[in-house]
Write a protein that binds this ligand. Structure first.
Ligand code: TYD
Ligand code: MG
Length: 457
């Protein structure tokens, strides 16, 4: 049986219609549509079909054309994007206003231009003098990169096609750009989408690497509603707490490299400095004599990162107790609370719960479950946890525990930072090589964690 849908072809102009109507939409003639089989013989009469270009087939195993990568010389940035820019790719750097996107990209631009790459920095937000002032603050005033202030994408494309072709173009920010063919004002969904598409098409055709800066809206998505995330090859988020000096560049999408890789930077009076070994930055062992704090041996991308989870569980005076979380997914916290209530016979229903990850970090790994549960139980019972212990492991709804991946990297880093004990859900096979350096306890269930914490009193 044929599965092809019927089509209607106008016998005057050969236009294809998928529905019958009395009048042909294309040439306006009446009663000219007739039902046809949807096959090539019929299609070939259509003018659009005749004008379409033949498509070239490529072999997947054709290795003639290798991807070339442009290194920025900024180790953290290069690692996050998978080892340098891919020529002709488009990247989006998103983040809260004031977090340091312009600072980062101006520094990257200067590093690239000192690396003999032609860089054009387009600002739609700041004047040339302001950028120069920032440049001298960052000690890159002698950089040979080109600057331009413009908010019109046609003007930008005109510059790009008349000047010697740059290797890298920064657009700061995409929300200030305007495509004159679209009526709406800059920053609206249609403007952002159209400006992005036009710029990407031009950049790809000319092998120019394009970095778009995007401000995050209050809902936490890049305005407008993530419309440009799917158009670009790589999406990076620049995150951090404004009151903390540390900033994290996180890759959430990368067509040419791994995702969930992070780069750590410190905002100083001389701009952003890379932090090559960040795992000890986010922990403070002095806090741990008090209840409610636990250490999580985490992994971000390819690197271990130790984090400090803080929790406060207090009697609530509200009808619906508060659940306030910073740095942890609130859905994940609800799940852990529900499992603790169901399996350990504890009730949090009359308690407010606050969770915070120290240093403005965001923890997204499920392996953090054990550390979060330990911090909650510690605060609930008011029992301080051992300051030399790290936790990692995933909690399942049944209350049993699942192993975390790459436990050897986690344990190695914990040992390096002076931790002496680990409570984990990983089995003995994956941890035994560390048995002589560390006291490793294999937890089987959440009830066992509860019992162990109560015993610490
Ligand atoms: P900026 O790069 O303008 O943020 P964004 O482009 O994401 O909006 O960063 C502005 C903040 O960075 C500002 O609050 C001051 C701070 N800053 C420093 O602390 N040191 C520096 O050297 C620079 C240039 C900025
Ligand atoms: Mg800016």
């Amino acid at each position: 049986m044929s599965t092809a849908k019927p089509i209607y072809i106008c016998d005057q102009c050969n236009e294809i219609n998928i529905k019958w109507s009395g009048k042909c939409e294309s040439c306006g003639s009446w009663n000219s549509l007739s039902l046809q089989e949807n096959n090539i013989a019929q299609l070939s009469k259509n003018k659009n079909f005749k004008n379409s270009n033949p498509i070239t087939l490529h072999k997947l195993n054709d290795t003639e054309k290798k991807i070339s990568r442009l290194k920025t010389k900024n180790n953290e940035f290069d690692r996050v994007i998978g080892g340098g820019f891919v020529g002709g790719s488009a990247l989006l750097v998103g983040g809260d206003p004031g977090i340091g996107k312009s600072t980062l990209l101006l520094q990257i631009s200067a590093q690239c231009s000192s690396n003999d790459l032609r860089v054009l920095y387009v600002s739609g937000e700041e004047g040339i003098d302001q950028i120069r002032l920032r440049g001298s603050r960052l000690n890159i005033q002698n950089s040979s990169m080109d600057l331009v202030t413009s908010t019109s994408i046609f003007d930008i494309i005109k510059i790009l096609s008349t000047q010697p072709k740059p290797d890298l173009v920064i657009i700061d920010s995409i929300q200030t750009m305007r495509d004159e063919n679209i009526d709406s004002s800059p920053g609206t969904v249609s403007q952002v989408r159209s400006s992005t598409q036009t710029l990407i098409n031009f950049a790809k055709a000319n092998m120019i690497t394009l970095i778009l800066v995007g401000h995050v809206t209050k809902e936490g998505t890049i305005a407008g509603p993530r419309v440009i995330e799917h158009m670009v090859d790589c999406v990076l988020y620049f995150e951090g707490e404004k009151n903390h000096p540390y900033r994290i560049l996180r890759s959430v999408k990368n067509r040419f490299g791994p995702t969930d890789e992070i780069g750590v930077f410190e905002m100083t009076s001389l701009g952003l400095q890379t932090v090559e070994n960040p795992s000890s930055l986010f922990i403070n062992k002095e806090d741990i004599d008090l209840s409610g704090t636990s250490f999580f041996a985490g992994i971000e991308g390819t690197r271990p990162l130790l984090t400090q989870i803080q929790s406060l569980v207090v009697k609530s005076s509200l009808g619906t107790p508060r659940r306030a979380v910073v740095g942890v997914d609130s859905g994940r916290l609800s799940l852990i609370i529900a499992v603790l209530e169901a399996r350990c016979n504890i009730s949090f229903s009359s308690h407010d719960i606050y969770i915070n990850v120290a240093g403005g970090l965001k923890v997204t790994e499920p392996a953090a479950d054990l550390a979060i549960a330990a911090a909650l139980l510690s605060s609930f019972y008011d029992i301080a946890l051992d300051s030399n212990k790290v936790y990692f492991g995933e909690i399942s709804l049944s209350g049993s525990l699942r192993p975390a991946n790459r436990s050897n990297i986690r344990l190695k880093e914990a040992i390096k930072l002076g931790f002496k004990k680990a409570d984990t859900s990983n089995n003995n096979d994956t941890t035994k090589e560390f048995n002589d350096k560390m006291e490793i306890y294999i937890l089987k269930s959440i009830t066992e964690l509860n019992k162990r914490i109560k015993e610490e009193k």
